[in-house]
Design a protein around this ligand. Structure first.
Ligand code: HXC
Length: 257
């Protein structure tokens, strides 16, 4: 399928989505976001793809939702059409999604990165939720995911002041798992995707599902969910394969079954 605002290419079992509206700093128009969703869904269904990487360019991952698209829109306009409805789709993707962030990840761009499972950032990446400076607030999970990732005081400071924060701060606060030289971020994200893709995929998907439950459930219910899922993996051939390989000191051969 042809896309206008994204590029897609696979690297082995890693499906790459590159946001490609450079003149607008990859501002996430509805059109661009529909293309992201379409590519995510295609990769999620593709048996040859196991993990997904989303990236932008060196100047911008994405500088936010498209501000120009919001000009003149009324409450009725955005409410009736569920203006941001499509931003939730990424949460339904079962395969791991890694964000490789360089440059600006602001507003909706920061929210898109936070909707991914893992964030790698370049040394010059700039994160922020500047919506308050536009007289609005984050609308794609920013107030929720940021507080879960970095705690209340820092999330309040960032969202209420609208000030940006650096890749280093993001890493210290636990939002980002690694800071890398600018020209290494994408390569390392793809490498991580390949490493994850080399393991048994049913257990990878179960692990993602279980970690995400941590955001929804009490500790007791979350551990209960995890235990059930753990038991269910004993139905897999790959569980026998992985454990037999360890015992016999050989490499496992996964069949994803
Ligand atoms: C539309 C955008 C844009 C955006 C940049 N551009 N960000 N267009 N929506 N979010 C456009 C500019 O209008 C400009 O186009 C071109 O990209 C280059 O941007 P400049 O501002 O000239 O670049 P620079 O001076 O380097 O400044 C970079 C910047 C600044 C600091 C990132 O562009 C900026 O503040 N952008 C807005 C950031 C922001 O407020 N994001 C939150 C959006 S609200 P032209 O045609 O003029 O050359 C949001 C709500 C989320 O995300 C709700 C839930 C999804």
């Amino acid at each position: 399928k042809d896309y206008h605002d994204i590029l897609i290419e696979s690297h082995g079992k890693v499906g790459l989505i590159t946001l490609n509206r450079p003149k607008a700093l990859n501002a996430l128009s509805s059109h661009l976001f529909h293309e992201i969703n379409s590519a995510l869904e295609k990769y999620d269904e593709d048996p040859n793809i196991s993990t997904i990487v989303i990236t932008g360019n060196e100047r911008a991952f994405a500088a936010g939702a498209d501000i120009k698209e919001m000009v003149g829109k009324s409450f009725a306009d955005v409410y009736k059409t569920a203006f941001l409805g499509h931003w939730g789709k990424i949460n339904d993707i079962r395969k791991p999604v890694i964000a490789a962030v360089n440059g600006f990840a602001l507003g909706g761009g920061c929210e898109l990165a936070m909707s991914c499972d893992i964030i790698y950032a370049g040394e010059k990446a700039v994160f922020g939720q500047p919506e308050i400076k536009l007289g609005i607030i984050p609308g794609a999970g920013g107030t929720q995911r940021l507080v879960r990732a970095i705690g209340k005081s820092k999330a309040m400071e960032i969202v209420l002041s609208g000030r940006n924060f650096t890749a280093k701060e993001a890493e210290q606060w636990g939002l980002v798992s690694k800071v890398l030289p600018v020209d290494k971020v994408l390569d390392e994200a793809i490498k991580l995707g390949q490493e994850i893709a080399s393991l048994s995929q049913p257990s990878i998907q179960a692990a993602k599902e279980s970690i995400n439950r941590a955001f929804e459930l009490s500790l007791k219910e979350g551990c209960h969910f995890e235990r059930k899922l753990f038991y269910s993996l004993f139905a897999l051939k790959d569980k026998e394969e992985g454990i037999d390989a360890f015992v016999k000191k050989r490499d496992p051969k996964w069949t994803d079954e």
